[in-house]
Design a protein around this ligand. Sequence first.
Ligand SMILES: [Zn+2]
Length: 408
Amino acid sequence: MNWKIIVLALVLLRAVWDFVLNRVQYRSANNPTPENLKDVYDEKTYENWKRYSADKCRMNAVSTGAVLVVTVLLLVFNVHAAVAGLFGANVYVQMLVVVIFQALVDALCSAAFNYYDSFVIEQKYGFNKSTKKTFVMDQLRGLLINALLSAVLMALLALLYRGMGDWVVLLFTGAVFLITLVISFLAPYLMRVGNKFVPLEEGELRTKLQKLLTDHGYQVKEIQVMDASRRTTKLNAAFTGFGKTKTVILYDNLLNAMDTDEICAVFAHELGHGLNKDVPKLQGMNLLNLLVMAVVVWLCVRIPGLHEAFGFSEVNYGFAYILLGAGLGIVQPLTSLVMNAYSRYAEYRADHQAVKEGYGEALCTALKVLAKENFAHLAPANLLVKLEYSHPPIGDRIAAIEKAISGK
Ligand SMILES: [Zn+2]
């Protein structure tokens, strides 16, 4: 079998898919605004939004094209094998060289487009808050995490596969799942790196948030405000910690943009996720997703021909990571279709919780504030929502909330 042609075809297929979706997105900017969202943007802001959306689409198309060209060139000319060939024959060294080389290529590509995104597009529309220094640090941090994570993962895979053979599918799934659990456990601590937290001051908001939690038997460890406004104008609230003890994190932007009831509404929505156990459920689905991924991983190390076609004399575990990218590029849209459908369902249910807590109206206005501040697409193409949206469009959410309020 000509593996080289097959891998290149997969890479190309994924790029075509991205171009098509990008095109659908581009055209959807002209969809009519839903009646219940007519008051979110004024005429001028809406025109501005259309230009913003078009700029983003154009940049994404260029970036997809550039990454495609780089990937195809590296693959056609067996560049990975050539670079690895410079560093001796040890399997782990060979792996490390390919991983680091690819991480550098990725970092250069993404740094160029992230720079354009932050300092040209986001800057033009007033979203960018990051300085060049923060930007460089963020990119370096990204490179380091990417290289480290892929090296650890592939070394783990190499060890397991050489020791266990085909059982690696199950073991690898288990190991990666454990790693994702550890990362989600560490996330609140990682957030602390480079951000400042202060406790929310006493007052109406603090009392109301605490009441929401204690009504449902949760203990509040802390309510903290994070200085996200240094990086972004986007709004967020999160709810971390395990078991019944929770730490609540509010972005300072949220406090500036919303009134007390609106913040409580956003928070009641998050509480809905907690009560419905949406996080563990999504983690369960993620486990299934990982199993599918593990099969792709397994194929990538099981078929030496896949490596020989690109100039290696045996299986290279670093290159397996790149093959994996090509394979997942095709598999991932299918699995995310299922996960996104569930996630959208969970969003409606969490909104419903906010209605039950008496914050239905406040959630509607909060969603409009969010839409406005995040410069959201008010009328996204149905196809894109089905394929890619983890949250339903705001107009649909508001319609569902209003229906729940009138039916209560
Ligand atoms: Zn949600």
